[in-house]
Write a protein that binds this ligand. Structure first.
Ligand code: CA
Length: 288
């Protein structure tokens, strides 16, 4: 049997920030049939662990967009870091240019203490030029962003280097399109880095070898299995690397059009148990 790789935000988690009973049931059903179910997310490991525990699930976890893999018992089996000097250069630049950012490490998500104020100022700037609907979406996204666990608030960006942490992933978040494009353009051409996006307002930077798809390939190798008859499901740009290495790829109904075009199938939305529906379809298609 093979793998079922599932993204979290916008995919397994519904808009109430929960994993539905239907989705848990479908995952357990697949596990009973011998599938290895893997969570593949941009979130930090400790954050994912908390979410799975609440849902009563114990699974392999690919975190920080493929920078880490942890086993069921919490053993780290893959660790791909951003070189320290490169990380320092980027953090310095984003800090200097007044960005909200998060630095993913083993022990916490380091973020500037003034970060939330920066995002509030951006929202204030957009208040009169944004529709009420869009503004409500921004509020919702912000709430989701701040609901992660393990934040470490820094008065100065040097604190993350003083803590001597491995750096896996730098997440940039801004409501201002032009500012986001400027940050992306600054680092998009770097040969040693990968840039991906996992929501409308962010992008994330990691080592060029780190991707959800690469992590899945690595896990298959470690477990001495292959990816034949495997499936992956997601809603954003950071999921496309998984779509490229599995047999059946599923985009959520709520995914961007570009992501949908890269998937073999489109399933229901994250509020309609799209994961459970995709798993059932996959099991049927493989057993035929
Ligand atoms: Ca997602």
């Amino acid at each position: 049997m093979s793998f079922i790789a599932i993204d979290l935000d916008g995919t397994l988690i519904n808009n109430n920030h929960e994993i539905s009973k239907e989705n848990v049931k479908a995952i357990k059903h697949a596990m009973k049939k011998g599938y290895e179910v893997v969570i593949a997310t941009g979130r930090a490991y400790f954050d994912v662990q908390r979410i799975l525990k609440e849902a009563g699930l114990s699974l392999y976890i690919i975190s920080a967009n493929g920078s880490n893999i942890h086993s069921l018992s919490g053993t780290k089996i893959l660790s791909v870091t951003i070189p320290r000097e490169k990380a320092r250069e980027m953090i310095l630049w984003f800090d200097k240019h007044h960005y909200y950012y998060e630095v993913f490490t083993d022990n916490g998500i380091y973020t500037p203490a003034k970060g939330r104020e920066i995002l509030r100022e951006e929202m204030e700037q957009l208040k009169n030029v944004t529709s009420a609907e869009e503004y409500a979406l921004m509020e919702l996204e912000l709430e989701k962003q701040f609901s992660q666990s393990g934040f470490v608030y820094m008065e100065h960006y040097e604190e993350v280097f003083q803590a001597d942490e491995n750096i896996y992933n730098i997440l940039i978040y801004t409501f201002l399109n032009e500012k986001r494009n400027r940050g992306w353009d600054k680092y998009k051409a770097e040969r040693d880095l990968t840039l991906v996006t996992s929501s409308k307002y962010n992008f994330e930077i990691e080592h060029k070898n780190a991707s959800k798809g690469n992590a899945l390939l690595y896990l298959a190798k470690v477990l001495n299995k292959d990816l034949q008859n495997s499936m992956a499901i997601g809603d954003s740009g950071n999921d496309v690397s998984m779509f490229e290495v599995v047999t059946n790829s599923f985009a959520m109904k709520n995914a961007d059009e570009k992501v949908k075009s890269k998937a073999r199938y489109v399933t229901a939305s994250n509020d309609e148990n799209g994961v459970a529906k995709a798993i059932e379809k996959h099991l049927e298609s493989v057993e035929e």
